[in-house]
Design a protein around this ligand. Structure first.
Ligand SMILES: [Zn+2]
Ligand SMILES: [Zn+2]
Length: 373
């Protein structure tokens, strides 16, 4: 066992103590800062890491933080973690976990001090559900840790708060659970549960969510208006052909960005009505898989279901786009990637971003999923 304590160098920077690892490390910042590829050192699931926690992180009283409640909507300041670059280069696994939720868009023109990261505790009910007052009482609250670059002011103005909550939405939070179990979804649970998201999409679970929505939310979520305009055509995902919409076709819709590259390299506009789709961009291919996996047959994709050569039809369908989406059973939103060739992460070849987690003192710290972009 390496004696890691020998390699730590304590630097007192005046306001707080930061830890730097002076052990030569192959891990360079460049290999970790790329937002598309996950850091090579993301703490792996089930890693028991007590030996690899730096003194600063050891001084953070996680027991107390997760036991206490946070009454302020602005969160409760815990500690200043130091520069983002320190977190990224640290060999401490807790520092690395914090680095995984550090906002990446540091303003390069600002002074180096602005590069400092601060750890806050937040209330899950407030941050995720925007609940307050009476509604909060019916939920069992839990604590989530967030890293922001906004130092703790006595009073936070609305604009600063807006910036902070935006960046937290993008980076996600760190939650703590007793164990990582692949628990069944409990719709009646009164607490926010953090879930271990598997590398592949669990369509069975998504189907349950959808069924719950259809059965419990009724008109609120599925406004079936008999007078509404339906799309002229749909993709039949079973036969991979374009078919005319019948009045009772249940379909999913796809919302995505086609992208310049896909226009150049992507499939040509297919012949409409009865034509078969052979090669389609990955996002369409993946969406067809999702449609079938969720128990549906038809999918609406603007590029394939609107005849681009018929200006009148094109105008009509674009005018009624809201109705087409509103009448879909659900809409698949391709939020990740720049164009249609990126696909839907976790469905076929495009991988999901790994979800960092760390086993510490018999509990599991786990990151909520970040923004798909
Ligand atoms: Zn640390
Ligand atoms: Zn619903």
């Amino acid at each position: 066992m390496v004696d890691w304590s020998r390699h730590f160098e304590v630097q007192n920077s005046g306001t707080h103590i930061t830890m730097r690892v002076t052990l030569p490390s192959k891990r360079k910042r460049e290999s970790m800062g790329d937002s598309d590829s996950p850091p090579a050192t993301i703490p792996r699931l089930g890693c028991s890491a007590n030996e690899f926690i730096c003194l600063r992180c050891k001084s953070i009283n996680l027991e107390r933080i997760f036991r206490n409640s946070v009454s302020s909507s602005y969160g409760s300041y815990i500690v200043t973690l130091g520069r983002a670059s320190y977190l990224l280069e640290s060999n401490c696994l807790l520092c690395q976990l914090f680095a995984s939720i550090t906002p990446s868009d540091f303003d390069r023109n600002s002074s180096p001090r602005d590069d400092f990261c601060h750890l806050y505790a937040f209330s899950s009910s407030r941050m995720y559900a925007g609940l307050n007052g009476l509604a909060l009482k019916s939920f069992q609250d839990s604590i989530m840790l967030g890293v922001t670059r906004i130092p703790p002011p006595r009073r936070m103005d609305t604009w600063t708060w807006h910036q902070m909550s935006q960046s937290l939405k993008e980076t996600g939070y760190i939650c703590r659970v007793d164990a990582l179990a692949s628990e069944e979804w409990d719709p009646d649970a009164s607490t926010f549960q953090v879930r271990l998201v598997p590398p592949k999409v669990d369509l069975r679970l998504a189907r349950k969510w959808l069924n719950y929505c259809i059965n419990q939310h009724t008109n609120r979520c599925v406004p079936r208006n008999p007078l509404a305009v339906l799309p002229a055509r749909l993709i039949d995902c079973k036969s991979r052909s374009i078919v005319k919409t019948s009045p009772h076709s249940s379909y999913l819709a796809l919302s995505y960005v086609w992208g310049q590259d896909s226009l150049e390299t992507g499939a040509k506009q297919p012949q409409l009505d009865g034509s078969t789709l052979s090669k389609v961009p990955l996002v369409v291919e993946d969406s067809m898989k999702v449609t079938l996996g969720l128990g549906f047959r038809y999918l609406w994709v603007d590029q394939y279901c609107i005849n681009q050569n018929d200006p009148e039809e094109q105008h009509h369908e674009i005018q009624n786009m809201d109705s087409i989406y509103a009448n879909a059973q659900a809409t698949i939103i391709a939020a990740a990637g720049q164009d249609a060739n990126f696909g839907l992460p976790g469905v076929s070849s495009t991988a999901r971003k790994p979800q960092a987690s760390l086993k510490l003192d018999g509990k599991v710290l786990i990151r909520t999923m970040p923004d798909a972009k």
